[in-house]
Design a protein around this ligand. Sequence first.
Ligand SMILES: [Zn+2]
Length: 300
Amino acid sequence: MQIMQQLSSHIHYLTPVQETDRPILGAITGTRSTLLVDAGNSAAHIQLFIDQLVKLDISPRWVVLTHWHWDHVFGMNQANTTIIAQTLTTEYIRTMQGLSWDDEALDQRVEQGTEIEFCASAIKKEYVEERDIVLPTPDITFDRKLELDLGRVHCVVEHVGGDHSNDSTVVYVKEDKVLFAGDALYPNIHVEPNEYTAEQALKLVNKLRHFDADQVVLSHHADIWNGERFRHELDMLERVAQLVQQPMPEEQAITRQLEEHYGRQLNEWEQETIILFLNGQRRQQSAEAMTESDSQPSGV
Ligand SMILES: [Zn+2]
């Protein structure tokens, strides 16, 4: 059951759905216009949000896509607004325009390794009958940063990248100190096992620290983070990224160092984060080892 919530004086959002991978959809309203954050995973999803907004006398003018993943863009056409996307997001959408989304095509891509089972099965659940997916090319493409004046409400739309997706973009609402982080803080789910890399995570933390946020919206989290939680998560990501770069990083040693620092036991998510970083470190090391062995002279 999705519920419309008011987050601050200018912001409404529709809660997420885990089973069909529906992310949170946001609406930021100024005196002159409304910006939507993400277009939803289907025409039905975005339409549900727009119907709720109409009841509040809000009509969206723009939608900004936080990244290219299907669950954030498949409702684009139905949004009936000007679509804003980062350069890479637009490129990915152009690639997706050439794909078909029926069961057979999805299964084939999962087998080839170009699609993951998690997304394929969520698409099948969201689109039980009709799967008429229309992906228009975004109207406005930006590279680094964009500022939007909605009328006494100002939004900064900024590309931050990261492990989850290199096109990840966040939306910061200045007057309300609210940050829509999209999926930027999540790990890379397109590799098995899922991972964070120290390099990407440190870059992301540095970019996100600039936002003075009192409330942070993560697309697939029903609970909204307060500023303190947000700063803790950035600090934790940074610490684990640094610890994993030590020679011969090891789960127990990193856990011990982190527990000593925080003066308490780690929670489940912090423990999981260490494993995700170790996955990234191991994959990179084995990729480097393979490159080195390729460059060795052979047959000597
Ligand atoms: Zn995503």
